[in-house]
Design a protein around this ligand. Sequence first.
Ligand SMILES: NC(=O)c1ccc[n+]([C@@H]2O[C@H](COP(=O)([O-])OP(=O)(O)OC[C@H]3O[C@@H](n4cnc5c(N)ncnc54)[C@H](O)[C@@H]3O)[C@@H](O)[C@H]2O)c1
Length: 268
Amino acid sequence: MLKIGLIGCGTIGSEIARAITDRFSQEAELVALCEIDEQKAKDFLDTLVKKPELLSMDELIQKSELVVEAAGGEVVAELVKKCLDKEVDVMAISIGGFIGHEELFEMVEKSKSRLYLPSGALCGLDAVKAAKISNITRAELITRKPPKGLKGAPYLEKQNIDIDNIEKETVIFEGSAKEAIKAFPKNINVSALLSLTSIGADETKVKILSSPEFTRNSHQMIIEGDFGHIETLSENKPSPNNPKTSYLAVLSCIACLKQILSRVKLGT
Ligand SMILES: NC(=O)c1ccc[n+]([C@@H]2O[C@H](COP(=O)([O-])OP(=O)(O)OC[C@H]3O[C@@H](n4cnc5c(N)ncnc54)[C@H](O)[C@@H]3O)[C@@H](O)[C@H]2O)c1
């Protein structure tokens, strides 16, 4: 039984917890939860038949063989370093937290831990990984989200963009993946993973559009290189509890966990 500790029981974390306690009950055990909102944690634990302990991050790492981060980019660097120290594996979904902390990958390579980053709301990363074995010359992401999928982002306030009052399809942001993550830390994790898999956060281009007519979070990925040209489009339904988070991202985390627990690996 793989002992799993979970950081954050929000939209994604709560579904991961349920997957561990139900779907993967033969292979894994949810031993600990760390959640900054104590009331939310208690309410959530009340819904589980087999309850994990509610612990601090340090205590959780001590009890776990795999720590799953579903909390936010700001916890990523500290969490990964602490897990490496204790030789504990990590699965992180707030991929934006790695941008500007790329040294973490080298640290993981030198450690006894494994790091898993699920593909989240993006499709086509299997092919990007294959393409990277040779040479990638262009990586671009065009994201379309309804206004509520971008609401609260620091960039909107800084640029005085009243996202609730846009009337037609509007380009909200254009820049590098590095700039996109800073501008929209909770909305564009996919650009971080695409850039880490391809040509880096400075070179990967990101465009974000919004419109009151959009009902889905769509991600169009364009990759060019020695292999040729790839263009993918995922049209994701937003999660009912958190419109910033696509439902596919939740499913991707559960699929990543399934892969960790399985001896068979499909795809690149
Ligand atoms: N990789 C992807 O494609 C992708 C897609 C969607 C969301 N995400 C990221 O995944 C993360 C979780 O998304 P969500 O929709 O579940 O968000 P959410 O806001 O619903 O849940 C986050 C939870 O973490 C808790 N939390 C925050 N800081 C914490 C801390 N320091 N310690 C413990 N708990 C803490 C919050 O109280 C909340 O319950 C976010 O960072 C989001 O940006 C990634």
